[in-house]
Write a protein that binds this ligand. Sequence first.
Ligand code: SF4
Length: 575
Amino acid sequence: MDKIFRVDMSKLTTSIEDVPAKWAGLGGRALTSTIVAEEVVPTCHPLGPNNKLVFAPGLLSGTAAANSGRMSCGAKSPLTGTIKESNAGGTSAQQFARMGIKALIIEGLPKDDKWYGLHLTKDGATIVAADDLAGKGNFAVIEALEAKLGKKTGVVTIGPAGEMKMAMANISVKDPDSKIRSHGRGGLGAVMGSKKIKYISIDSEGAPGVTVADPEKFKQAARTFAKALLDHPVSGEGLPTYGTNVLVNILHEAGGLPTRNFTLGQFDGHDKICGETMHDTIVKRGGKPKHGCHAGCIIQCSQVYLNEQGKYVTSGFEYETIWGMGANCCIDNLDDIAEADNIMDDIGVDSIESAVMFGVAMEAGILPFGDGKGVIRLLGEIGKGTALGRILGGGTGHVGKAYGVTRVPVVKNQGIPAYDPRSVKGIGITYATSTMGADHTAGYTIATNILNVGGYVDPLKKDGQVELSRNLQIATAAVDSTGMCIFVAFPALDIPECLPALIDMINARFGINLTGDDVTNLGKSILKIERQFNIEAGFTNKDDRLPEFFNFEPVPPHNVVWDFSDEEIDAFWNF
Ligand code: SF4
């Protein structure tokens, strides 16, 4: 029987609860957003006693379904002030699911100034002293916990940025190689830091495992689903060969690669940082060009990047990080970007927010565009919490305000990711309307605007963009509840058997009969629950807007501006 683990840091107590019937059919984002909406006062301070941090594995996590190992983490975000769900790979979702932990809810703040760890077993949660690990980087925390508790121990941890409650702090999750995956966006590491929890260790020894109501039906559906993932050209070929960084050249060609703090749509140094160059560099140095962030991933968009001496530098080296530190900051040295990625993993900051923030910091004159070594030095200041480091660690909007910069690419104070909304207009609608602040994964219109997946909608025209973003945001909210990696969306949009197989797996797992319409309705209801939280927190449709400069600064090479009216954007919510 699945259970809810609840931890009250005010009283330093833990409990196990039955899953309320109303939560039984929910997982991942559907569950974290529902719990946050039901239990968190929308107007509360995100770092105060009334915020809660919720972890929930997806509905299919812990099963043999391919790519189903994503864990959702939710809270009210210190970066955006909105509701937040951020999901990550790594080992924790499968461990939670096998241990029967439907959700872990952490509430309250301790009265003392000590650091704590949470140790989870199938029998419950225990609060332990963790002052000895305070101030340590994420890699050192994983190493120390593995030395003490064994190599199989799952670890969820915050770095110094989370301890200092910086708004761009993330939560790190151990992957199968004892490296790091992240709940990156929205400053959730600061929420964990506010609750003085340095780490969560997970011992899944003796876990009962997940039960599948109809194993034969599940097996057949899982086979069809896996075949679709491998048959699609993006998930079966592009991503495994070049990783997500396959997108640098594609977006450069399309004129949608934000460059020099969103002043250009193409980057002269693109060939030095692109997926093709990264692949060749990795192979030459003996790294791994293809790698999964959790057991059961068959797409394997991740990789292991080594330095010239053959020493590990980073893995999960994503397009968004490489774009952000590369084109957006005009750094054309892949080794410098990899080094920065390693430091961001260790100190625990979101690599997208950091990269967008550095673009603004460069515009402010804190360091010159193209200064990779300067970025590495300043990441050190963030990790140490110097006065400048604390300003930078507050994120893009914070730095823009501190230095009087007007070109500050944020929506709801969250940094805009790797696709220019003027030249890829569908993604602009997603940035504007997402309940999470600017977030490409909330409704990834790049699939249809640029990659011709699920049809084609011209990225430079307004026609069809609102509908495209709406359909994708609804579908994504549902997929984020299954524990599936977002990249299953490519075959789901193009291969007719893929989505029915995904629904069949859910039905076989729980012995239910969901239809496609049920799944769409789930996606709609998640978005509405999240939006209602934001409205009660004080957000209005005036917050669903892109920054003003996109309206009057044309971006080369297409020389286009953001030209949606308020009414056109607001029509997104007509469902
Ligand atoms: S495809 Fe990439 S992000 Fe998705 S599960 Fe595999 S390694 Fe992780």
